[in-house]
Write a protein that binds this ligand. Structure first.
Ligand code: ADP
Ligand code: MG
Length: 248
């Protein structure tokens, strides 16, 4: 059954048609990869799922609710969390604080600096945040300042910040971009564990090793349109996919 249903989504930036009638069904409990050449519209599509962009036309339904016309924090409240293409963390705060903030925001619907004083004294949120840091292998660094982490560790921290919200749907935009191979493999293992808990994931990814390690299904986006959607074993040899990359 589809947990996320995208129908006839169009998005223009001036004269550029970034999304051209996109249709996509994401089945609950699966890992669905979106691949395609640079500029295909992958990040734009993800931005339409989280309220960063509003499609010009079309519908985006999540778990029975429309995601259009509502605020990003309301979408988050419904159970959608995302990891951005560029890590978005609080560089001056500790890892523990970084993970406590989204836990607080999910529980209370929003996060204000006024609320910050009470956050740090909330032992239940602290325990939960600590568990998540352990989950992603950052427990020993919980008191470190987030801005000083390696790129791979920042990605792991971001995942902990998503997981602490216990999302139903996790959206990841190039989660292993810029990572060394060892970090990439650790991230694949972590994502597999997340998938095993039943969290539905949509992953945009360039690294085909990551895609084929994780994906239950793959959609190929080219020039704003889904040109192929299939099982991983069928995608590899599909001439349309090869042409999209070569011709892109
Ligand atoms: P991908 O993530 O697949 O590499 P994007 O979704 O980032 O592609 O971009 C799709 C197209 O839309 C590109 O041509 C890009 O330059 C353009 N684009 C993306 N965001 C904007 C924006 N905010 N304003 C204008 N053009 C944009
Ligand atoms: Mg992108």
């Amino acid at each position: 059954m589809a947990i996320l249903s995208v129908e006839n989504v169009n998005k223009r930036f001036g004269g550029l048609k970034a999304l051209d009638n996109v249709n996509l069904q994401i089945d609950a409990g699966t890992v669905h990869a979106i691949i395609g050449p640079n500029g295909a519209g992958k990040s734009t599509l993800l931005n339409c799922f989280v309220g960063r962009l509003e499609p010009d036309t079309g519908s985006v339904m999540f778990d029975g609710s429309s995601l259009l016309g509502i605020q990003p924090h309301q979408i988050n409240q419904l159970g959608v969390s995302r990891v951005f293409q560029t890590p978005e963390i609080f560089g001056n705060l500790s890892l523990l604080e970084n993970v406590m903030i989204p836990a607080f925001a999910k529980r209370d619907g929003s996060f204000t600096m006024n609320a910050w004083m009470s956050v740090s004294s909330e032992s239940d949120l602290r325990d939960m945040a600590m568990d998540m840091l352990a989950d992603v292998g950052l427990e020993a660094k919980s008191a470190d300042i987030a801005g000083q982490l390696s790129r791979g560790d920042k990605r792991r921290l971001e995942l902990a910040m998503c997981l602490v919200q216990q999302p139903k749907l996790l959206l990841l935009d190039e989660p292993t971009a810029g990572m060394a191979r060892a970090d990439t493999n650790n991230t694949i293992d972590l994502m597999k564990r997340i998938a095993e808990r039943g969290v539905t994931m949509v992953v945009i990814e360039h690294d085909m090793h990551v895609v084929f390690s994780l994906a239950d299904k793959i959609s190929v986006l080219a020039q704003g349109t889904v040109i192929v959607e299939d099982l991983p074993e069928n995608i590899k040899g599909d001439p349309r996919v090869q042409e999209a990359y070569l011709g892109g």
